[in-house]
Design a protein around this ligand. Structure first.
Ligand SMILES: [Zn+2]
Length: 267
């Protein structure tokens, strides 16, 4: 678990034991102690944390409705006066004690202002949340990877969300994702670009953190552009390698992106 203190607010990133390396988040306003819980899986750990820090839960925000991102909802609803915030396309998966959020909406928690952006693709209801220079991307983007599209997903939508929304954010924006798949993702990146020095250095950094029982530090959009193959669909070396491997004649960005997703699915 790690706490990131910013000006007026704090972010707790809690890695959940015995899960698919899920991260759960608690975000709170330091002045009012109101908080939001993002993508709760392990309600017990979260409720302990909330009690220890004397926080009051205003909202449970689900970036999307896959089971491992909503499982803790009901237990938290039961002991708090909070509400769930979710995109309308995910509402049927959660308790009726919910309100809808969509692209451009603002969520206020104490003095915190969170902006919602609609980032479908990993699944149709997926939203990401911008708070200052931080973004919570759920399973849209991972360190050196992106979400798969096997469960209610659409790879064309995922491409649009990444190419036209996430990569247009400033380079210094810190990326808080829904799972830690960093080591495998960086190894995959190096299978596409064996000479990418940034990917090599990041893999060493991540391995050294694991060896000290630590979790990888959140990356930034600028860093992802240097080593994440799903943001490098226009880099000539990547285009050539992917065309060769998938026997493609055309190299349009969306085709390269889809081909990289297919390669990763079977890697
Ligand atoms: Zn998911």
């Amino acid at each position: 678990m790690e706490i990131f203190k910013e000006n007026g607010y704090a972010i707790a990133r809690i890695r959940i034991k015995e899960s698919d390396n899920n991260y759960n988040y608690v975000v709170w306003c330091i002045e009012t102690s109101e908080c939001a819980v993002i993508d709760p899986l392990d309600q017990r750990t979260l409720l302990d944390f909330i009690r220890q820090h004397n926080l009051s839960v205003r909202y449970i925000i689900n970036t999307h409705a896959h089971p491992d991102h909503i499982e803790g909802n009901d237990a938290i609803l039961k002991v708090t006066t909070s509400k769930i915030l979710i995109h309308p396309k995910g509402a049927s998966f959660v308790s009726p004690r919910c309100e809808m959020i969509d692209d451009g909406d603002r969520i206020n928690i104490g003095r915190i202002d969170i902006r919602v952006i609609y980032t479908p693709g990993h699944c149709t209801e997926h939203v990401s949340l911008i708070l200052g220079d931080n973004i919570f991307v759920g399973d849209t983007l991972f360190l050196s990877g992106c979400g798969n599209t096997r469960f209610r997903g659409d790879v064309n939508e995922l491409y649009d969300s990444i190419a036209f929304k996430l990569t247009t954010l400033p380079d210094n924006v810190k990326v808080f994702c829904g799972h830690d798949y960093a080591e495998k993702n960086l190894k995959f990146a190096l299978s596409i670009e064996p000479n990418n020095e940034y990917a090599k250095a990041k893999l060493e950094e991540v391995k050294s953190e694991y060896s000290r029982n630590k979790e990888p530090q959140p990356s930034t959009i600028g860093e992802e552009k240097r080593y994440n193959p799903f943001l490098r669909f226009e880099v000539p070396d990547v285009v050539e390698e992917v065309k060769k491997r998938k026997s493609l004649s055309a190299g349009e960005p969306v085709l390269i992106f889809k081909a990289i997703r297919e390669l990763r699915d079977t890697w």
